[in-house]
Design a protein around this ligand. Structure first.
Ligand SMILES: NC(=O)c1ccc[n+]([C@@H]2O[C@H](COP(=O)([O-])OP(=O)(O)OC[C@H]3O[C@@H](n4cnc5c(N)ncnc54)[C@H](OP(=O)(O)O)[C@@H]3O)[C@@H](O)[C@H]2O)c1
Length: 334
């Protein structure tokens, strides 16, 4: 059958552009034994994909120029020669940016047909929710009464980190890039305070939002934002370094973080992590997140962009701050 895919057309230097991607027509062969034909329903766009566009050693191999971009996808089985999957099953896995694709079934997880929720598996109950849970618990080790600051707070990972912090009894302060996001964090998600890092008096506002200093800093962003938080660290603070999105497209001057001397004077621990290193904790983490969701203690926000063709621009939107919560592209109905 004929379908369309989105390939990495060229490796970006600095910020990716429309020219980084190319949509092209391809033909899929007939299924062989064990294979399934999948129709993409939702595709996830994630900041880590920017790293995979570079030809550099990392924890995942780079995308090849001329090959389809791959990422988290929810898809429906439209044809099956695999006894584990029936036509109509909805699955999640790492799949190419294609309207239709063929899979051997390896790595695909079936979604619960009763739940009716086809997006949580890419967000709060998927990679980003698990990242929030394991990074905060395993490295942040927050205690009730401590102050937790989270950057990228209105995004997929950050919005869940802050809410878990509230469940665990912390004072939670979020950092985000618009007045609407700041309002959403305090008025809808229960953060104690939130600050816009684009405000001229950001550092002063952050300081007054953290009157007892910072015990745990969950860093999604890096750069100047992290410098501002480092100035407020308490002794023995813990810093899960989840991401550094401010640096991913950096082509110009260094944007920090520059204040590592604070790690010395505050005897603070900063540790980078990759969610997949904690796979053993996933089922416990997923169960806890699902329990909090069902109890209404955890809310999950999503921004859904419509249409396969808009995948590249949706991805670029991550760096413009277009999204609140998990950013997904809706490709087809279930
Ligand atoms: N370690 C891991 O295993 C792991 C797993 C998943 C994600 N991550 C990392 O976690 C971070 C958040 O990922 P996510 O999926 O939840 O994305 P996200 O926060 O939903 O989306 C990205 C957000 O980053 C903010 N942003 C973009 N450019 C920025 C800049 N220059 N300075 C400050 N903020 C900027 C934007 O919000 P504003 O409007 O607030 O600017 C944007 O909405 C990323 O750094 C990602 O790489 C790590």
């Amino acid at each position: 059958m004929d379908t369309r895919q989105i390939i990495l057309a060229q490796r970006p230097k600095g910020m990716p552009t429309a020219e980084t991607f190319l949509v092209r027509d391809i033909s899929l062969p007939a299924l062989t034994d064990e294979e399934v034909l999948l129709q993409t329903v939702y595709a996830s766009v994630d900041p880590y994909m920017r790293g995979r566009m570079n030809d550099a050693k990392s924890y995942v191999p780079p995308y090849a120029v001329g090959a389809a971009i791959t990422g988290g996808v929810v898809a429906k089985v439209v044809e099956s020669r695999n006894t584990r999957f029936a036509v109509g099953d909805v699955v999640v896995g790492e799949l190419p940016w294609q309207e239709y694709s063929i899979s051997s079934g390896k790595g695909l997880l079936k979604l619960d047909p009763q739940s009716g929720d086809h997006t949580a598996a890419l967000g709060v109950l998927g990679m980003t929710g698990l990242t929030a849970y394991v990074g905060l618990q395993e490295i942040g080790k927050p205690k009730a009464g401590e102050t937790l600051v989270v950057s990228g707070a209105a995004g997929a990972v950050g919005s869940i980190v802050g809410q878990i912090g509230k469940i665990l009894g912390c004072r939670v302060v979020g950092i985000a890039g618009t007045a609407d996001k700041v309002r959403m964090l305090t008025e809808e998600l229960g953060f104690d305070a939130a600050v816009n890092y684009k405000d001229a008096d950001f550092s002063a506002k952050l300081k007054s939002a953290c009157p007892s200093g910072v015990d745990v800093y969950f860093d999604n962003v890096g750069g100047d934002v992290t410098d501002a938080v480092f100035r407020l660290l308490n002794d023995f603070a813990r810093i899960p370094v989840c991401g550094q999105i401010a640096l991913y497209n950096q082509a110009g001057p260094d944007v920090g973080p520059r204040l590592f001397a604070y790690l010395v004077t505050r005897r603070a621990l900063a540790q980078g992590f990759i969610v997949s290193d904690y796979a053993k904790q996933f089922s416990e983490a997923r169960a806890k997140l699902a329990e909090w969701l069902a109890a209404g203690k955890l809310k999950h926000r999503e921004t859904i962009v419509e249409g396969f063709d808009r995948l590249p621009d949706a991805f670029l939107g991550l760096f413009r701050g277009d999204n609140t919560g998990k950013l997904l592209v809706h490709v087809a109905d279930v």
